[in-house]
Design a protein around this ligand. Sequence first.
Ligand code: SIN
Ligand code: CO
Length: 388
Amino acid sequence: MNSPLPLGEMSLDTFLRDYWQKKPLVIRNAIADFQSPIDANELAGLACEAEVESRLIAFNADDDQWHMEQGPFEEARFTSLPEKNWTLLVQAVDHWVPEAHALLRQFNFIPNWRLDDLMISFAVQGGGVGPHYDNYDVFLIQTQGIRRWEFGGSFDEHSPRRDDAPVMILPEWKAETSVELAPGDILYLPPGIGHNGVAITDDCITCSVGFRAPATHEMLRSFTDEIGEQLGHDQRYEDPDLAESKDPGCITEEALNRAHNMLLTLIEDKDRFREWFGRFVTEPKYPDQEIDADEDVTEDALLDFLASDGELFINEGSRVSWAKAQSGIYLFADGHSFHLTTPNAISLAKHLCHYDPLSSQVIDVADAQSIRLICALLKQGLLYSNSP
Ligand code: SIN
Ligand code: CO
């Protein structure tokens, strides 16, 4: 059974039509009986791990200065913090904590490729990251304790910001609206809206469901880099029908059109674009992070494993999506693409995109393409098994 959407009483249609990417929304009791996916000690423990991205942000009211330290932290750092005005923020907790991943999946009414991560913050009274805006949509889920959120106004890269702070602080920002959120309440903010969250209690935990949207300049660079690598050096501008030029200094419209069309033809190749786009938007958040891959797995070993009721799980930190191809579909996983054409391989790939476990219940062991796909995913460390 599907669990209810984390939108309280609001329907998804209303949310998407009136709020998504349009305006802020406070949803009281958005998630009924909400349980925190992590406690403060576990969060501090994660911030001590080398592969986890974390920050401590503190404000000193005496000299009006903001301070930031990047993790990983020594455990002792957490015993030498002031009583007030600091917060610990840990990025991508969904990669490490299954409960945090399950919370992030509740927001799958937005496509996988638009979801970024679940960031979790802990703050003592007065703690927060200051008035700022984000480039992406965010659902701020009050998880434990009380936080006051002030928000309003639209900002962008040209808005003034403090130049003496290690984090973005909008000096001219004024709150239009102020609310106090309790556990289970959510504040949704579209990109560019100024906001400032201040912990009211000493045990404040907030989970942020963050989204991503590729920037046009990033897409253009990545797509053209890829095409550039695929094209041979011999493919060049040609003008066998060159007409006599009246002025050697002039780049004629004919020359311009010919060069323009050379590039347009490449961009208009929808299949090439589709495959690049899927790989681009599923690139891992931390591409340099080592993953535990089963490089030696064989198809026979996989078949034995499935015959003995083994289950396979997709890495919580992996990004997966699929798109229609001219025949069958493409599965995109952590920047790789797989072209699939058999009914079982296609349904398997779609199943995987829901982050559901795989077993012989859903894998047709007689379908060679499905078995090849699972082996390839195991070899790339995208799947792990429950075997010892
Ligand atoms: C937080 O302090 O938990 C959220 C930070 C933000 O406003 O993006
Ligand atoms: Co923010």
